[in-house]
Design a protein around this ligand. Structure first.
Ligand SMILES: Nc1ncnc2c1ncn2[C@@H]1O[C@H](COP(=O)(O)OP(=O)(O)OP(=O)(O)O)[C@@H](O)[C@H]1O
Length: 377
């Protein structure tokens, strides 16, 4: 059993003006796959490095199991870490690279061989054990880096952007391997990435961060479907959610130009009850919730808008449209059966049941009950 508590952690670097991490509070369950995600500089790596013991904790308490770890040396934390630049030793073979940490810790020769062979089998590296890193592909090198962590048999795995040096195709296949590895080894894993697709596909729970602070903690579905603020709504999802500044009045939202839409009763009741009638709000809609099929337009005539196609990209089953109306530009991901061309003037429909509303000042979601920072299961 390995549970980790990061209790209100703060980090201030000696030369930093502000905290790099502020009030980071998270309980990680045994065998959970947690992903810290957020844009560059939001404090993901700093938090991970505090966990590993590579950075001092300025304030707060780190517990692994029942033990407070703030002052425990990295080597005594029983944590294995995989970094972005896999930092393999170029003059050593794959087997020696994997064995290196174990040798330092004075494991016996037979134990080392057993562990290296086992990791090589898990990662499909058996035939490469005698090669040097220079004779491996990027994906194989990354696998050796994972192997170095696996041989440790540590109950906690930390991974800092482990796939960012790989090309796009390899990233996807290594991502699947990491997911498989986690299912097989069942280690508690904390993974850092700025890539929301990686976060969505790998995590049991994601921790979305911005400027040193947690914005939301939840399963990928929770943060995608119920983002608690505009940052989370805009960051999770690709292409990003579209935002429109609109005025809400008597059950209708309008941007003062073409976008005038009737809000479903359930949602308008919430807006009314919270005093938004006659006020400006931010209306958010995901690209996949904008449709161009005739059947949708016929069924929901109140939800249609005229738009000009600026760019159209055929992605296969769907087509990504960059659209423009007088007041705004936005992206739609529509069925590609009826292909559109730049310059086309078309009708599209907003699935207003999937609308998100946000307060324009606080940027928080306008919902019946405020969405908690961390959803409880
Ligand atoms: N050693 C350091 N000394 C001073 N400031 C630092 C140091 N390391 C990081 N910072 C600052 O702390 C903040 C958080 O950085 P951190 O590396 O944790 O972010 P990140 O989310 O992991 O970003 P990235 O994805 O670019 O690595 C940034 O403003 C960064 O400039």
């Amino acid at each position: 059993m390995v549970e980790i508590d990061l209790n209100h952690l703060y980090k201030k670097y000696a030369d930093g003006e502000d905290y790099a991490v502020k009030d980071f509070d998270l309980h990680i369950k045994d065998r959970e796959f947690i992903v810290f995600v957020g844009p560059s500089g939001c404090g993901k790596s700093t938090t991970l490095r505090m966990l590993a013991g590579l950075e001092d904790i300025t304030k707060g308490e780190l517990k692994i199991g029942d033990k407070v770890m703030n002052d425990v040396a990295p080597k005594d934390r029983d944590i294995a870490m995989v970094f972005q630049n896999y930092a393999l030793y170029p003059h050593m073979t794959v087997a020696d690279n994997m064995a290196f940490g174990l040798k330092l810790r004075h494991y016996s020769k037979t134990d080392i061989k057993k562990r290296v062979d086992n990791a090589a089998e898990i990662l499909g590296l058996e035939e490469f054990l005698k090669r040097k890193p220079a004779d491996l592909s990027g994906g194989q090198r990354q696998r050796v880096a994972l192997g170095r962590a696996i041989v440790r048999d540590a109950p906690i795995f930390l991974m800092d952007e482990p796939l960012s040096n790989l090309d796009a195709k390899l990233r996807v296949s290594m991502r699947a391997e990491i997911a498989k590895l986690h299912r097989r080894l069942n280690t508690t894993t904390i993974y850092v990435t700025h890539d929301q697709t990686e976060a969505m596909t790998l995590a049991d729970r994601v921790v979305v961060m911005s400027v040193g602070q947690i914005q939301q903690i939840g399963t990928p579905e929770e943060v995608y479907q119920n983002p608690r603020n505009m940052f989370v709504a805009g960051f999770m999802g690709s292409p990003a959610m579209n935002f429109f500044h609109v005025t809400y009045k008597d059950g209708v939202i309008s941007d003062g130009k073409q976008v005038t839409l009737k809000v479903p009763e359930g949602r308008s009741k919430i807006l009314d009850a919270q005093g938004y009638n006659g006020k400006e709000v931010v209306f958010g809609i995901r690209p996949e919730d904008i449709h161009s099929e005739q059947a949708f337009l016929d069924t929901w005539p109140d939800a249609t808008v005229e738009a000009d196609v600026v760019v159209s990209e055929l992605l296969g089953a769907t087509e990504q449209l960059y659209l423009k109306t007088d007041a705004s530009e936005y992206v739609a991901n529509v069925n590609s059966r009826d292909f559109h061309n730049p310059g086309d003037h078309i009708k599209i429909g907003f699935d207003i049941n999937k609308a998100h509303f946000f307060d324009k000042d606080s940027q928080m979601a306008i919902v019946a009950e405020p969405i908690p920072l961390e959803s409880m299961d």
